[in-house]
Design a protein around this ligand. Structure first.
Ligand code: NAD
Ligand code: UGA
Length: 351
């Protein structure tokens, strides 16, 4: 039987982790989050115990972690609209608090699977040198060889990437000096149902792009393209990311003390392309072709996010390590992921 501690179990990735892992009757999960709103169906599962409130204020945290085989840490503020507006909270959440879990794992001799981010790579060498697309070595991102290139301090957007990078370095130092077993995961834009919140429907504020565009489609409003929507992302189905986690837990000898990119290089698109694909998915799903003509409107980053926002130009993961060590390869294409995700949103929130 395996016992897993899941910090941030009530969020987007956590909810999919529970869906997949609780199918296995031999798994026991202790989960922590502020709220269980996205995981209500699991609360009655005898193999899952939910602890609500702030993780770092739980008096029995150390005792419970000491009884688990592995600690999976998802808990973080990871919404770009807060990186430049609430940088103190972002740094606190992504490094100052998060390092306490790494310290505990080192003390207790537990394997820590820590979620980092693709944003630690920052902007590409192609961006900084103005070299364009001709040489993949200037834009592909490999775990061991690619430099991590963040922007200036006044671009507060990089508060998140910098805090995550410091957490990675801290975890690595705990490994080297105190023998911590670790796995660092760098997700490249996972997509799927239950990502973030839809403003005015089940939350307030500015969510990540999937939820922004979903809101626009549901309300039949223009889709905002920040600085023209020219930034590029690769998108991975969240269920395929969770499958990679399962493979890691099945192969601790190969997964421990490694950094893994998890992304799908085949699903690269500009944000403008994403908006067009989401309009098409909504039209296909509903049979209503008027979705295709919803306007795409340009908005400046300063108007949309405020002062201090900067953007990753491109995120192209190398995933050969996950293939080699875990035998993991993503297969779901972007249209399929978007269709499933919008089907869920339209079913839950109506049209
Ligand atoms: P999410 O915001 O949906 O989930 C994070 C969860 O952690 C939330 O439910 C939040 O309530 C909880 N949490 C945070 N601090 C807490 C605290 N102090 N006490 C209790 N609960 C707390 O985010 P997600 O998309 O599921 O991402 C999970 C992790 O993966 C994060 O560390 C994020 O940086 C990383 N990540 C995600 C993506 C992605 O594509 N989703 C990409 C890169 C990195
Ligand atoms: C995200 C977040 O930082 C983290 O969740 C995560 O660590 C990281 O991705 C990752 O996957 O590694 P980002 O991709 O910039 O970063 O976040 P989104 O809010 O989803 O924005 C994607 C792009 O869409 C950006 O260029 C943004 O400017 C643009 N955007 C966003 C729009 O054009 N319109 C919108 O309505 C919203």
């Amino acid at each position: 039987m395996s016992r897993i501690a899941l910090l941030g179990c009530g969020g987007f990735i956590g909810s999919h982790f529970l869906d997949a892992f609780l199918l296995d009757p031999d798994v026991r999960i202790e989960g922590w989050d502020w709220t269980p709103a996205k995981i209500l169906p699991h609360l009655t599962n005898p193999n899952f115990r939910f602890h609500s409130g702030d993780i770092y204020s739980q008096p029995d945290l150390e005792a419970l972690l000491s009884r688990c085989d592995v600690v999976v840490s998802l808990a973080a503020i990871c919404n770009p609209s807060q990186y430049n507006t609430k940088a103190l909270d972002v740094i606190d959440s992504n490094f100052i608090q998060a390092r306490k879990i790494a310290d505990l794992c080192a003390k207790l001799g537990k394997w820590l699977i820590q979620f980092s981010t693709s944003e630690v790579y920052g902007q590409t060498l192609a961006h900084w040198t103005g070299a364009g697309d001709s040489n993949p070595a200037l834009y592909e991102m490999g775990e061991e060889e690619t430099p991590l290139l963040l922007g200036p301090i006044a671009s507060q957007r990089w508060s998140y990437a910098c805090a995550k990078q410091l957490l990675e370095r801290y975890v690595y130092a705990l490994h080297k000096e105190k023998g911590l077993y670790f796995t660092l995961i760098r997700p490249f834009n996972f997509l799927g149902p239950r990502m973030d919140f839809l403003p005015g429907r089940d939350g307030d504020g500015l969510p990540r792009v999937l939820a922004c565009f979903t809101s626009s489609l549901l309300d039949r409003k223009p889709l905002p393209l920040v600085d023209g929507g020219g930034a590029r992302r690769t998108f991975l189905a969240v269920e395929e990311a969770v499958a990679a986690l399962r493979l890691m837990l099945e192969r601790p000898g190969l997964a421990r003390n490694q950094i893994f990119n998890l992304g799908n290089p085949a699903n690269e698109t500009t944000i403008r392309g994403l908006a067009e694909s989401m309009r098409k998915a909504a039209a296909d799903l509903t049979g209503d072709a008027t979705y295709l003509s919803l306007p795409l409107v340009d908005v400046t980053a300063e108007e949309f996010y405020g002062e201090g926002y900067a953007d990753s130009d491109r995120r192209m993961p190398r995933i050969d390590k996950a293939l080699r060590l875990l035998d993991w390869e993503p297969r779901q294409g972007l249209p399929e992921i978007l269709h499933r995700t919008l089907e869920y949103a339209f079913r839950i929130h109506g049209r």
